[in-house]
Design a protein around this ligand. Sequence first.
Ligand SMILES: Cc1cc2nc3c(=O)[nH]c(=O)nc-3n(C[C@H](O)[C@H](O)[C@H](O)COP(=O)(O)O)c2cc1C
Length: 351
Amino acid sequence: MVDLREPWSIGPVEIPTRLVLAPMAGVSVQAFRRQGRRFGAGLVCSEMVSCAGIEHRNERTLGYLRVASDEHPLAIQLFGSEPRTMAEAARMVEAAGADLVDLNFGCPVRKVTKTGAGATLLDDPARAAAIVSAISAAVDIPVSVKLRRGLRDGSRDCLVVGPRLVEAGAASLTLHPRSARQMYTGTADHALTAELVSLVDVPVIASGDIVSRAKAQAVLATTGAAAVMVGRAAQGNPWVLEEIVDGEPREPSREEVVAELVLFVRETVRELGERRASGFLKKFYGWYLGRSRFPRPFKQELVQLSSTEEVERRLIAAAPGALELIERLESEIPSGDEVTLELPISIYGGG
Ligand SMILES: Cc1cc2nc3c(=O)[nH]c(=O)nc-3n(C[C@H](O)[C@H](O)[C@H](O)COP(=O)(O)O)c2cc1C
């Protein structure tokens, strides 16, 4: 049995548990990352942030990334294709207080790949390595890279590119062993993760289909990975993180679900503003209230409300006992001391 409470490290950065919360565009807002840390993730990651913002300050940006003092250790993820611009963005990430700068060499979405960024870099190992060495030279914090297996189905390109990136200075690799073509279909082939682990002498994080403690244990034991990354399973379900780390499967009470969701709503409104948050949050209502926790019409009712204040009122009416929990949670969470990273995020993007 692998102990997920065992600390490990990436370079000088100590990571308290062997569970990493996945970067997810349109999901990994600050509230999501802080919640992930509270429920046992040892490391959290921002969604991908565009380096293009540096050169095209006039591009239509949808928002900036905010970093709070209680997110650490935190990785901020960049995507781009130009070593020089990416190095400049990495300096900003370091200045914003990130513990790690993570590079996205896996995004399969056309909007990203057509610019030479994301998964396209798996087909251009020389450029991928040039990006990693430019960034390693520009910052003191460790550089990590997140990869897919390759562009095409059955590709093993990650086994060629991965070791080159380590030579270029990558201090850790995360592998999501699906091809870019696969998007999220089929299954993640962690036999490939085991092969990558055997080829490099830096910690490897296994991403893809980690949905339970049993799956996390099996992947850690069979691959030799340093940690597992959890993405979709944690959407609206931070309790799964606790289960994976501590081994206690626990269905939350209605009050707990409402308390976490209300806190999430309040924090997200603070981060994105009411107008953007109200659209952004709609998918979370289904994620939190589904899984047979609340009757389906309740979620449909929430999605139609125009203000988050009204959403909050309905939620609390459905589980009044949640109020006490919310107060307790809010008193435990430090406020203030935030840094805004002036690089654009697209909260409506895919990943
Ligand atoms: C909605 C969504 C957005 C994503 N955005 C990103 C991203 O910004 N950067 C990234 O490296 N991976 C992104 N991913 C991939 C995840 O980090 C993860 O590797 C993948 O979902 C497989 O893990 P899972 O099965 O635990 O979800 C995204 C995935 C989803 C579902």
